[in-house]
Design a protein around this ligand. Structure first.
Ligand code: NI
Length: 255
């Protein structure tokens, strides 16, 4: 059995198909699904999905590029969703310099990243970290504001050398579709070196469909392809990767 530790069944394309996707994924051994919020509305929908299906859990949080979605809302009231029994983490939160490159935008992102780490600590929850073209700043913030209940660097895109730095902060490394891409030498090396007890698997669906479905709509049904490739990189069996990532996810998120 495996767990999709990061999917967006709360995205329109997957949401309309959620029942059939969950059924098909379960037939392929994907037992549980962590539905990740990324702005105000998607977080609320993630909670609704977690209420609808026993096998689904939710996170709530504001991704760096969607901060506007919370500015006219009651922030304290929003994060009270963390009291819900099926809301298991704050996320996805972090830094994204791909879309926002201005200094004032970066400063605002950092401010909200730190604010949401503090909220996670206050509610005793782990965090789900999004970092795009910002790995050094992400690390610097995490070193200074280390989440007390751990977290995962989702869709890890840092160097193999930095893996150990994040692990030393008590964090997990999440790998998904890119590890299967034929030219992804760096991510394959990350897969090879990341310790088994620090690894999570995810799809980030509907994005980042694994090879040979690259470019198609991704869904949790493709998660076994990610596990297969990690097993190949590590020279381990599929079952061993499945067992470790399953228990790591349970340990981190208490699902
Ligand atoms: Ni995501």
């Amino acid at each position: 059995m495996i767990i999709d530790s990061h999917c967006h069944l709360n995205e329109e394309k997957l949401y309309v198909l959620r029942k059939s996707i969950i059924k098909e994924a379960q037939e392929k051994g994907v037992e549980k699904f962590i539905v990740i919020g990324y702005d105000y509305d998607s977080s609320i929908l993630a909670v609704k999905i977690a209420e609808e299906f026993d096998c689904c859990y939710a996170t709530v949080g504001i991704i760096p590029t969607e901060i506007d979605s919370i500015l006219d809302k009651d922030v304290d009231e929003f994060f009270k969703l963390l009291n819900h029994p099926k809301v298991i983490a704050v996320g996805e939160i972090g830094l994204d310099y791909h879309w926002e490159k201005e200094d004032w935008q970066k400063e605002r992102q950092k401010e909200w990243f730190i604010k949401q780490i503090d909220i996670a600590n206050q509610y005793k929850k782990p965090i789900v970290i999004h970092s795009r073209e910002s790995i050094q700043d992400t690390y610097d913030i995490l070193k200074e504001h280390t989440p007390m209940y751990s977290g995962v660097v989702h869709c890890y895109s840092g160097s193999p050398e930095m893996v150990n730095d994040f692990i030393k902060l008590g964090l997990y490394i999440g790998l998904d579709g890119p590890v299967t891409f034929t030219n992804a030498r760096s991510v394959k090396e990350v897969a090879r070196i990341v310790p088994l007890d620090r690894l999570l698997v995810e799809t980030d669906s509907p994005y980042l469909a694994p090879h040979p479905h690259r470019g198609e709509m991704n869904s949790p049904t493709f998660l076994p392809l990610v596990v297969e490739e990690i097993a190949r990189c590590k020279g381990e069996t599929y079952e061993k990767i499945a067992d470790f990532t399953y228990s790591n996810t349970v340990k981190l998120f208490h699902v």
